[in-house]
Design a protein around this ligand. Structure first.
Ligand SMILES: *[C@@H]1O[C@H](CO)[C@@H](O)[C@H](O)[C@H]1NC(C)=O
Ligand SMILES: *[C@@H]1O[C@H](CO)[C@@H](O)[C@H](O)[C@H]1NC(C)=O
Ligand SMILES: *[C@@H]1O[C@H](CO)[C@@H](O)[C@H](O)[C@H]1NC(C)=O
Length: 328
């Protein structure tokens, strides 16, 4: 029997194999996992470039590390439906995971994410992902930024998130979160911290512990928070923005000393009393809104305060002076 055709065939095949293993940079384990993820999402059109015949470092929405050739970044915007598959936790070199604008993405955030020991950026936003903000996210010790905004997450805000040692940005706005802001949120260790919890149903008092933290910006607007918030300010802070609008907050504005760094301050629709402190004229404010409160007295003249127009001040008990038409 002439075995030459078979030999030639084998030779040819192994050459192809050698060739492809040389040109393919992507790690076979990562490739296997990515194909499982594609399958779990039911082979969506958006993942067409994830072709098993090609080098997965060249697939769309991914980045491979230059030396290890492991997948370190996965960013998919639009086009996914179903649940986030557990296999997402099997990309151990992932540093960035972004799933944004998938209105048919549902179900909970999978616990396998805790296997991503190098994850620094986690964004799951503008989806219909539901269930709680998981406690287990506090195991992702490398996280710098956690963004779970614009989803259907419900239940309490987990106090354990403050254990994330490097976190400096937390976005949980526009969900259905209930209960209080955890006391522990004054203990975030990251510098220049951005805290966004707006458009939820958070209730109770803002914990006084938050006053210990020098936030870069705080947005607690559109919740059901009550009581004092004056401790969020103070001349020693470097805070640039505070939005507390549309809550039931009640404190004396006259006594508040503002950080010089403050650029935007929105307090509209609360139960804030007192009058507007003269110190506000010294700030380079780009936005100010104290409308719909219980303020009284003369609007101090100077700085930016007359620039904002009457709607920044209207619907108070007895505020007067420019830009309101009511003179004092
Ligand atoms: C995580 O990152 C460190 C430092 O960049 C690296 O040495 C390590 O191999 C990475 N581990 C994983 C599982 O990605
Ligand atoms: C959630 O799904 C509904 C319809 O099922 C859709 O109207 C809505 O935009 C989705 N939410 C997001 C944030 O995509
Ligand atoms: C202040 O807030 C009120 C209530 O939301 C709004 O009607 C008004 O236009 C705002 N004005 C400015 C200057 O932001």
């Amino acid at each position: 029997m002439d075995t030459r055709p078979f030999l030639i065939f084998t030779l040819l095949f192994s050459t192809i194999n050698i060739h492809s293993s040389h040109s393919e940079l992507c790690h076979p384990q990562d490739k296997k996992v990515l194909l499982q993820i594609k399958q779990a999402f039911n082979n969506p059109y958006v993942l067409t470039s994830w072709d098993p015949q090609s080098d997965c470092c060249k697939w769309y929405f991914l980045k491979c590390d230059g030396t290890t050739h492991r997948i370190n970044s996965l960013t998919i915007s639009g086009g996914l439906s179903g649940e986030i598959p557990p296999q997402i936790g099997d990309l151990p070199y992932l540093q960035t995971l972004v799933l944004i604008k998938h209105e048919n993405l549902r179900g909970p955030i999978p616990p396998t994410l805790t296997k991503l020991k190098n994850l620094t950026y986690l964004t799951i936003s503008w989806t219909n992902v539901s269930g709680p903000v998981p406690q287990f996210l506090s195991q992702l010790k490398t996280l710098l930024s956690l963004d779970l905004s614009f989803n259907s997450l419900a239940g309490p805000v987990p106090h354990s998130l403050s254990q994330l040692p490097n976190l400096n940005s937390l976005h949980l706005e526009r969900n259905k979160l209930t209960g209080p802001i955890p006391d522990s949120f004054g203990e975030f260790r990251g510098d220049d911290f951005y805290l966004y919890l707006s458009h939820n149903q958070l209730s109770g008092k803002i914990p006084a512990s938050l006053g210990k933290k020098d936030f870069a910006a705080v947005d607690l607007s559109r919740n059901e928070l009550e009581g004092d918030a004056s401790f969020l300010f103070g001349t020693r802070k470097t805070t640039r923005g505070v939005d507390l609008s549309r809550n039931y907050l009640e404190f004396d504005l006259w006594k508040v000393e503002f950080p010089r760094s403050l650029r935007w301050l929105d307090l509209n629709h609360n139960k804030i009393t007192g009058s507007i402190p003269v110190g506000l004229t010294e700030l380079k404010l780009q936005k100010l809104n104290v409308s719909y409160n219980r303020l009284c007295g003369k609007i101090p003249v100077g700085g930016e305060l007359q620039r904002f127009g009457y709607s920044a001040y209207f619907e108070n008990w007895c505020l007067c002076g420019a830009p309101l038409v009511k003179s004092c």
